[in-house]
Design a protein around this ligand. Structure first.
Ligand code: TYM
Length: 331
């Protein structure tokens, strides 16, 4: 079976619909056909300041959400990144292969650092963040990496670093392919359909763990346009198209079929249907999250099992990388 690796940061109290539709839904589906490694990227989280107790509780809540959404710890290796020291080990090696210029071209770094008040507040870790992400992927020799559109550039860097290592030292690292589904790779903010739905933009974000009544309200107040026709047209009708994409995901109906169904109806009907479909999806997820969070010892046990299995694969890659670059074997 081809191998999958992906990760998500524990930097919010809840995952949002963009995370689910853009990535996590694919994580769950790929379990049927691939050997899957999924991690909570706590090392990445500390590239910006984190309150320690909050980081701990968000990491557990992230695991609970992944389980509730259908990541199955029997079929997937589910773990916390910090439990596998090899990520940091390979990251250092890759940092020594990566150019300062190519790291500086990463748009996510440029955006995040531009938002910071001064250069002193931007950590070196935020700069090397994509190289750690490359290590996450390459250390498992992953073939396939399911992510949203915003991670495409980081995936390209991972591919370049793997190819560079292989051409310098001989074939060692698998060159990964991004798995980005065009139709759902970028979910937009409900209040500003020109912006990506993002935890750093709290306006029109649909959080999975938010009070469902509040989410229904956000859906009903989503920004649309001054026409009346429910039609998929990303250029001229970004708000309506975003709602149609979400309705498509939560009802499993093709967009064209949805458009036909809304003929002669209006945006209120579209929003009403989406509110109902989202509620039906999210209520059982919330109930399961609650059950998992009631038993933190079980969550920690799952993570321990995942770390054990992850370390086996990751340590083997570090051993072969260390040998190739000329480190002495431990006698
Ligand atoms: P993160 O934690 O920001 O987001 C997790 C996943 O959600 C996707 N996503 C979206 N997809 C569609 N529309 C949106 N509005 C939207 N917002 C977020 C992201 O693309 C991502 O797939 N650097 C990564 C975490 C990471 C990782 C890795 C991913 C660390 N190591 C190795 C893959 C492989 C990140 O910050 O994702």
């Amino acid at each position: 079976r081809p191998r999958v690796l992906s990760g998500i940061q524990p930097t919010a109290d809840s995952f949002h619909v963009g995370n689910y539709v853009g990535a996590l839904k694919q994580w769950v589906e790929l379990q049927d056909t691939h050997e899957t490694f999924y991690m909570v990227a706590d090392l990445h989280a500390i590239t910006v300041e984190q309150d320690p107790p909050t980081l701990r509780s968000r990491t557990r809540a992230s695991v609970a959400q992944l389980l509730a959404l259908g990541v199955d710890p029997e079929r997937s290796v589910l773990f916390a990144q910090s439990h596998v020291p090899a990520h940091s080990q390979l990251s250092w090696v890759l940092e020594c292969q990566a150019g300062f210029g190519e790291a500086g071209r990463m748009t996510q770094f440029k955006d995040k650092s531009a938002r910071s008040a001064s250069a002193e507040h931007v950590s070196v870790g935020l700069f090397t963040y994509p190289i750690l992400q490359a290590a996450d992927i390459l250390i498992y020799q992953a073939d396939t990496v399911p992510v949203g559109e915003d991670q495409r550039q980081h995936l390209e860097l991972s591919r370049n670093l793997a190819q560079r290592f292989n051409s310098r030292y001989g074939k060692t690292l698998q060159v990964p392919e991004p798995y980005i589904l065009k139709a759902t790779a970028k979910i937009y903010d409900l209040m500003d359909p020109s912006a990506k739905m993002s935890k750093s933009l709290p306006g029109g974000v649909l959080d999975l763990l938010a009070d469902v009544k509040k989410s229904v309200k956000s859906i009903k107040s989503a920004v649309t346009d001054t026409e009346r026709e429910v039609r998929f047209d990303e250029v001229n009708k970004p708000g309506v198209s975003n709602l149609l994409t979400l309705l498509h995901v939560f009802t499993d109906s093709p967009i064209a079929e949805l458009e036909t169904g809304f003929e002669g109806k209006g945006y209120g009907d579209l929003k009403g249907d989406l509110a109902a479909a989202f509620t039906a999806f999210v209520e059982p997820v919330q109930a399961k999250v609650k059950t998992y969070l009631d038993d933190p010892a079980e969550l920690d046990r799952i993570l321990a099992g995942g770390a054990r299995r992850a370390r086996e694969v990751a340590d083997a890659t570090v051993r072969s990388v260390y040998e190739k670059i000329g480190f002495l074997a431990l006698g």
